[in-house]
Design a protein around this ligand. Structure first.
Ligand code: AHG
Ligand code: MN
Ligand code: MN
Length: 350
């Protein structure tokens, strides 16, 4: 009689699954937790993830597809557009148009809001389709940032300015996609922060970081020190203090990449007012607000000029704001420098 032999166990690495919950499943699970959810926001998040996959593909093959380099035009803010800025903008808007849940989109690359034709969509989306333009052509990490509001105008009508100028605290979801050594999507719907890593061979985002919280304190500061002589005195005082403590300076020059690193390791990102950009450089609606919403959800802090970023009153689509964002203890330490009264300089006589 044949006695079955004990099967040889497969080597662990051949069966151990590196992946578990897909973004798709995660979104569904979260939706079930909210009994009145209609599924439209869930669908919109899926559309954004799809846009992210498409942009990821374009970013990955950009050097071969001949879409690196300048586009030859400037955006409404007078910045030179790169070809990939334009491609990402088109791809993102197309994905939202096809998805049907967003009635309008505000993009860094467009002067005015874009109506998607889905006037019955309940949401509007503000996006920085490609963040870190100066790094596109040198194969350094770049990103996408998004912010979602429920529209305040009547469903079925055309979206208006009011839908976008609601204020940071009205965001219903926000997040970013980082095209880095791996591609990640990190987002919040106001109930904590979750991170997903893209598995390119399967074409899926998988939950890799279920509950992201930023370290309370850190020892990394991220800013462009080339503007040192243009920074307000309080910023220089704070940075000197960082240096006295031998903190590390880390600045990629792609906001998403710098922010992402500090979110995980602790740190502060600063873009103060400068001579060239007296209001700061970063745009309130599609850079500062979404990242501020997300950092607060992760236990961090984001300040603009004298108060929380989320409380800055929006007046224009492309308005800029200074930003000091990251680990709460570091942002509070900066705030202490900013609150310090400026002492009058004592005149010295010869
Ligand atoms: P964008 O590419 O969307 O215009 O944003 C660029 C931003 C941000 O990503 C980065 O942190 C910052 O500009 C860099 O500015 P500096 O070169 O002035 O440091
Ligand atoms: Mn940007
Ligand atoms: Mn951009």
């Amino acid at each position: 009689m044949h006695t079955p032999s004990t099967p040889t166990p497969l080597p662990e690495h051949t069966i151990a699954s590196p992946v578990g919950t897909t973004l798709e499943r995660y979104i569904m699970q979260k939706q079930i937790e909210f009994p009145y959810a209609t599924g439209e926001l869930s669908q919109l998040l899926r559309d954004i993830a799809l846009a992210g996959k498409i942009i990821n593909r374009e970013v990955n093959r950009a050097g071969l597809a001949g879409i690196t380099g300048a586009y030859g035009q400037q955006n409404v803010q007078g910045e030179d557009q790169q070809q990939l800025d334009v491609v990402a903008n088109i791809r993102f808007i197309r994905a939202l148009r096809n998805g049907g849940q967003a009635c309008a989109v505000l993009s860094e690359e467009e002067d005015d809001i874009i109506h998607t034709g889905n006037d019955h969509g309940k949401y509007v989306v503000a996006i920085d389709p490609l963040d870190g333009s100066s790094n596109i052509n040198v194969n350094v990490s770049i990103g996408t940032i998004f912010s979602i509001y429920r529209r305040v105008t009547t469903v079925g009508s055309k979206a208006t300015r009011e839908d976008f100028l609601q204020g940071g605290r009205q965001q219903v979801a926000a997040g970013y996609i980082l095209y880095g050594s791996s591609t990640m999507l990190v987002y919040t719907t106001g109930h904590g922060v979750a991170g997903f890593t893209y598995e390119p061979s399967l074409g899926e985002f998988f939950l890799s970081h279920p509950d992201i919280t930023i370290p309370q304190d850190g020892s990394t500061f991220s800013c462009n020190e080339g503007y040192w002589f243009e920074y307000p005195e309080c910023v220089r005082t704070y940075l000197m203090d960082c240096k006295r403590q031998r903190f590390a300076g880390r600045y990629v020059g792609s906001l998403v990449a710098d922010y992402h690193r500090n979110l995980f390791t602790g740190g502060i990102y600063l873009y103060p007012p400068t001579g060239k950009n007296p209001e700061g450089k970063l745009r309130l609606l599609y850079e500062c607000y979404p990242l501020a919403f997300l950092i607060e959800q992760a236990g961090g802090k984001a300040l603009a000029d004298g108060g929380p970023v989320l409380d800055v009153v929006p007046t224009d689509f492309h308005q800029r704001a200074p930003i000091f964002i990251g680990s709460p203890a570091m942002v509070t330490a900066y705030q202490a420098c900013a609150d310090e009264p400026v002492l009058p300089t004592t005149a010295t006589t010869a």
